[in-house]
Design a protein around this ligand. Structure first.
Ligand code: NAD
Ligand code: LMR
Length: 308
């Protein structure tokens, strides 16, 4: 199993590290445009192999896509991150050009690959990859919901004063400060609805904290987060590589599912060796449907800024 990660910055390196530590891939190629940077990150990570007990071979490349040839999975993290006070949508001007060029170079050398898009604004970047590569829709996956759901569970556990392993919950919708739809109605603590333990008011606070999870970290760090994003990507990569058939909310091209079409937005999917193996349709209530439609309107507005 060969995995390429484009962008050896904060998220790309974190993602490569988690993939290696989980020890399921034979090879990870890190590629970056900055001379020597990916090679340096790869060497540093390889020097953790004997300490962390993995056999995955990590190599680096400066813009040489021949090194990525025949990758089973390619992850795109190249592009600029936001700074405090910015929205993800403001990154479109620079990141659209980068994502378009990178995805074209990737599929030239790995025409059968599955692409995972991470660069922001992620839902729109995922749509852009659909529009410009023509890859089958099962093989283009945007990562956002896995991360947002992990943050939701973190906030739920905090509110419930419960261990995170006892908590389950999912965030669907767009990966944006306003567009996320944390499904509080379906969240559980060891199968018991969380509403049995906390007030609606506290749950609403959990929902709001989840939606601004990325912005909160950007305010604290001065740039956006990388540990949980890297771990979330590694989860998706593992689900595909190991044919786990796990359900993750991912940004995928919809064709009528959830009453939406011609956009990529977060919905639960089954991930396996073929990429997106099934889109899971949950029965939403009226409020959730309205929130999902608002979220889709936001994603469509950003998609409208693309020069296709
Ligand atoms: N979808 C998500 O959940 C999620 C989570 C975190 C970050 N992100 C996004 O991921 C992106 C990367 O964030 P980061 O913190 O790693 O940024 P970073 O600046 O640390 O790393 C980005 C890297 O991309 C490289 N790069 C730029 N143009 C390139 C090109 N054409 N080819 C190859 N490499 C190129 C840069 O040299 C840099 O090393 C940002 O757009 C950020 O908003 C998304
Ligand atoms: O918040 C950001 O801009 C980065 C990423 O989308 C995140 O949610 O951490």
């Amino acid at each position: 199993m060969k995995v390429t990660v484009v962008g050896a910055g904060a998220v790309g390196a974190s993602c490569a590290e988690y993939i290696a530590i989980k020890n399921f891939a034979s090879e990870v190629v890190l590629l970056d445009i900055k001379e020597g940077y990916a090679e340096g990150k790869a060497m540093d990570l390889m020097q953790t192999a004997s300490l962390n007990g993995f056999d995955t071979k990590i190599t680096g490349s400066t813009s040489d896509y021949s090194k990525t040839a025949n990758s089973d999975i390619c992850v795109i993290t190249s592009g600029i991150p936001r700074k405090p006070g910015m929205t993800r949508e403001e990154l479109i001007g620079i990141n659209a050009g980068i994502v378009k060029a990178v995805s074209a170079d990737l599929i030239k050398h790995s025409p059968e690959t599955i692409i995972i898009v991470v660069s922001n604004p992620m839902d729109t970047m995922t749509y852009l990859v659909h529009k410009t590569t023509g890859l089958p829709k099962e093989r283009i996956i945007g990562m956002g919901g896995a991360l947002d759901s992990a943050r939701f569970k973190y906030r739920l556990a905090e509110a419930l004063e419960a261990p995170i392993s006892d908590v389950d919950g999912m965030v669907i919708g767009g990966h944006s400060d306003k567009g996320m739809v944390p499904l509080t109605r379906l969240a559980t603590r060891n199968s018991v609805p969380v509403t049995a333990f906390i007030s609606q008011e506290r749950l609403d606070q959990v929902k709001e904290d989840t939606k601004v999870g990325g912005a909160t970290l950007t305010g604290l760090l001065g740039t956006s987060a990388w540990y949980a994003p890297g771990a979330a990507v590694s989860g998706l990569v593992q689900a595909i590589a190991c044919d786990q058939k796990k359900i993750y909310p991912c940004s995928v091209l919809l064709n009528g599912e959830y009453g939406l079409s011609d956009l990529c937005i977060g919905v639960p999917v089954v991930l396996g060796r073929n990429g997106i193996e099934k889109i899971v349709e949950i029965e939403l209530n009226d409020a959730e449907k309205a929130h999902m439609q608002e979220s889709a309107d936001g994603v469509n507005a950003t998609n409208g800024l693309l020069e296709l």
